[in-house]
Design a protein around this ligand. Structure first.
Ligand code: ADP
Ligand code: ASP
Ligand code: MG
Length: 405
């Protein structure tokens, strides 16, 4: 019997009416003869509300307690969905991450998967029940509840699909699939019928929140083919898989904007070997992920370093850096929060020249200043002012003719 994992995001289960609609959808797939595992997110907005409530009580809440709290959002969704299915005569059982056998390491709020034990789920499937699993959460070896990072229900779905050897993993969301850019920002963005893991991964890690980047990484590693589609209609979605036909012919596949970055400038540090190493060592030790880095040419014995970090990590970065600089020849730290990173992505870039020039020219034509630049084999990213980011996305999208093809 074909086996499907279906994941429904926050807006898909946003209220009781939506939960009923999704239950009907699950019933229809079951009536077609599929075994079904459903992964659910918290209702849209719930995770953010819970975080806000935590921060209202304590400026820097403990990661363990945050996980205890955040896990309830998904738990509400799964129990309600099981009841909605029972209400229309479908046998179903809901499981928390722990009950579903999802084991992680101990890194609260960003735990990594260690093992998925498919036995409990397989037993229910065999006994003809729909299994509904809380996304985004797991359990560590001490029995503590952990969460998998924002957007982590995508990872739960992909990991379960691998563990139970599902025939397909369907990611249901509030857009029809993966587009050439965020369709809410770039009105003429086009839905892609398919996209490679590598391109999806670059888009996701560059700010396209349609898929959590770690889930795409996992899918690539374990060869899980998945489809991103809408829970609001029956349109075909976007298939994400290893190889996509004619891949090399398309130079740029999509555009992404990340508004959650901040720029840090470390100035007047001694211009001698070991200075940069010290700065990035202490950031790494504090678990701060650094993205784009620029070092200027040193003058008068001092140098400046500029780099980007996630907004949420800026306070920790500054707190870590200041004493290290003070104890090693001096230097100042400044934070600029009002920036965004614009990226263009495409595997075809490997074999085509002029992509950077086209992007820079298009931005210049719109009077948008480029702050930092970084490139990889299949991606070019630039930092621009936050208030020009959406416009920059539209300009880049047009410059590469992404509305056509
Ligand atoms: P869910 O709650 O279902 O997980 P998310 O809000 O995490 O949904 O992701 C869906 C959103 O991702 C869409 O509403 C859309 O605005 C945004 N998005 C950003 N980039 C893209 C893109 N390239 N293609 C499709 N959607 C995108
Ligand atoms: N509810 C979690 C979040 O908002 C996980 C998810 O929706 O995937 O990040
Ligand atoms: Mg999501």
């Amino acid at each position: 019997m074909p086996r499907i994992v279906q994941k429904y995001g926050g807006t898909s289960v946003g209220d009781v009416e939506r939960i009923k609609k999704v239950a009907e959808r699950i019933k229809a797939a079951r009536d077609e003869g599929h075994q079904i595992v459903v992964v659910l997110s918290a209702r849209a907005g719930v995770t953010n509300e819970l975080i806000a409530r935590a921060k209202g009580l304590c400026a820097d809440p403990s990661d363990r307690e945050l996980d205890q709290l955040l896990a309830i959002g998904e738990q509400e969704s799964i129990a309600l969905m099981a009841m909605a299915l029972h209400g229309i005569g479908v046998p179903a059982i809901s499981y928390t991450g722990a009950q579903a056998g999802i084991f992680t390491d101990r890194a609260h709020t960003k735990a990594k998967l260690k093992m998925v034990n498919p036995k409990p789920i397989l037993k229910d499937l065999k006994e003809d029940r729909v299994v509904i699993v809380a996304g985004f959460q797991g359990i560590d070896e001490e029995g503590q509840i952990t969460t998998l990072g924002r957007g982590g229900s995508d990872l739960t779905a992909v990991a379960l699909a691998a563990a139970i050897k599902a025939d397909i993993c369907e990611i249901y969301t509030d857009v029809d699939g993966v587009y050439t850019a965020d369709p809410r920002v770039v009105k003429n963005a086009r839905k892609l019928p398919e996209i490679s893991y590598d391109e999806m991964l670059e888009l996701a890690s560059s700010g396209s929140k349609v898929m959590q980047s770690r889930s795409v990484e996992f899918a690539k590693k374990y060869g899980v083919v998945f489809e991103v589609r809408s829970s609001f209609n029956h349109n075909p979605g976007t298939i994400v898989k290893e190889e996509v036909e004619y891949m090399e012919q398309v130079v740029v596949r999509g555009v992404a904007v990340d508004k959650d970055q901040a720029k840090i400038i470390v100035s007047n540090i001694p211009d001698k070997p070991g200075s940069a190493a010290r700065v990035f060592r202490c950031l790494a030790d504090a678990n701060v992920v650094v993205d784009m880095i620029v070092q200027n040419v040193g003058r008068h014995g001092v140098a400046n370093l500029t780099f980007t970090v996630p907004q949420a990590d800026t306070a920790r970065a500054v707190k870590t850096l200041e004493p290290v600089l003070a104890g090693n020849g001096g230097g100042e730290v400044a934070v600029h929060g009002k920036i965004a990173k614009l990226s263009v992505v495409g595997v075809g870039m490997k074999t085509h020249s002029g992509v950077a020039a086209t992007l820079f020219q298009a931005l210049a034509g719109a009077g948008i200043n480029i702050d930092l630049i970084s490139t990889s084999e299949i991606k070019i990213s630039v930092v621009v002012a936050l208030d020009r980011a959406d416009e920059a996305a539209r300009v880049a999208h047009d410059a590469f003719g992404l509305d056509k093809v």
